[in-house]
Design a protein around this ligand. Structure first.
Ligand code: GRF
Length: 203
């Protein structure tokens, strides 16, 4: 069994989609732990209800970004994960932390990268007037919201969209592509060459 640790900061709807897919599709993988940097993250209760260790490592308890990342890393590593999944984990990570999980840490970002990095991606998309928007699953590298792209989904931007309606349409796709991308990882089907991900055919 492969071991997955999921990091969240809030409601954890992507985390729920991943837990659901792992159970329904009987993944050869176990969600070993869910860790939040916020004590009030509502996703923690869902994980605990599903028998998954749900822990808090609160960034506010640490004097620096480096100290927090070191504490988080040692907590994550106590679960010996094959893969670390960032699912709405709202922290900029230090370079040593990212390097430690190189090739085994995924993130989902609510835009079609490389467009619209950072925060308020739906607002950015509306302001740019793009007609397609979406979500991206990528390997995490030192540069924020960059890194080899594993999966993307596009949705139309409608004339009467608000940030909320657009976010909801994108989120629906996130819940499809993130579990699918993780499944490819745990099945050993992803390889990266020159920053480009190749998804190998299932054996
Ligand atoms: C998602 O839109 C994700 O792409 C972004 O933060 C949001 C988290 O939502 N990184 P949830 O906590 O998974 O519901």
């Amino acid at each position: 069994m492969r071991r997955i640790v999921i990091l969240i900061s809030g409601r954890g709807s992507n985390m729920r989609a991943i837990i659901r897919a792992a159970q329904n599709e009987e993944w050869p993988a176990q969600i070993a732990a869910v860790i939040s940097n916020k004590a009030d993250a509502s996703g923690l209760a869902y994980a605990a209800e599903h028998g998954i260790p749900a822990l808090v490592v609160a960034n506010k308890d640490y004097p620096s970004r480096e100290a927090f990342d070191a504490a988080l890393q040692s907590k994550i590593d106590s679960f010996t994960p094959d893969l670390v999944v960032l699912a709405g984990f709202m922290r900029v990570l230090t370079t040593p932390f990212v390097a430690h999980y190189a090739g085994r840490m995924l993130n989902i970002h609510p835009s079609l990268l490389p467009s619209f990095v950072g925060l308020a991606t739906h607002r950015q998309a509306l302001a740019a007037g793009v007609k397609l928007h979406g979500a991206t699953v990528h390997f995490v590298t030192a540069e924020l919201d960059h890194g080899p792209i594993v999966a993307q989904a596009a949705v139309p931007v409608l004339a009467d969209d608000t940030e909320d309606t657009l976010a909801a349409r994108v989120l629906e796709q996130e819940h499809i592509i993130y579990p699918r991308a993780i499944r490819c990882f745990i099945d050993g089907r992803l390889s990266v060459l020159d920053g480009v991900v190749r998804i190998n055919q299932a054996a």
